[in-house]
Write a protein that binds this ligand. Structure first.
Ligand code: SF4
Length: 142
């Protein structure tokens, strides 16, 4: 959340769970960050002021009936004003299973890779305890 006020651009630092309330103001060429408790907050405020970046997470459609969506994320932040373009590209993608966590979906989007965050088997491979798993009948207890 960012808000322009008379004091400057106000935002919550998301670099750690403390969530300091930052104010970023500019006077000529000088940018000042206040409200931060550490240097990470200063860096976050400046980046948000000049060129906000975001890690993007999404789910993309697969060809599987058992696992119709595969979770993915960028391996580094991308410019916030390009997030919509990336999401449109991802939602237009349809992938075939199996996929491995860490495998690459998109090799380069503004310097970032998009990778799977979960390993998903093909439909015909059903693990014990998952929907579709069948007992082989060898280990019955009576
Ligand atoms: S300014 Fe520092 S302490 Fe405060 S939320 Fe950001 S990282 Fe955490």
């Amino acid at each position: 959340m960012k808000e322009n006020t008379a004091a400057g651009l106000e935002m919550i630092c998301i670099a750690c769970p403390i969530a300091c309330r930052l104010t970023v103001s500019q006077s000529g060429p000088d940018v000042t960050v206040t409200g931060n408790r550490c240097a990470r907050g200063d860096a976050y405020g400046r980046e948000e002021f000049h060129a906000p970046m975001r890690i993007v997470t999404a789910v993309i459609p697969t060809d599987s009936a058992q696992f119709p969506c595969a979770p993915v994320r960028t391996d580094k932040p991308v410019p916030r004003d390009k997030v919509r373009e990336l999401l449109q590209k991802l939602y237009a993608t349809r992938v075939a299973l199996p996929v491995q966590s860490g495998d690459v979906v998109i090799t380069d989007f503004d310097g970032a890779r998009v990778i799977y965050t979960r390993t998903l088997p093909p439909d015909e491979v059903a693990s014990i305890g998952e929907p579709g798993a069948e007992s082989k009948g060898d280990d019955k207890v009576s």
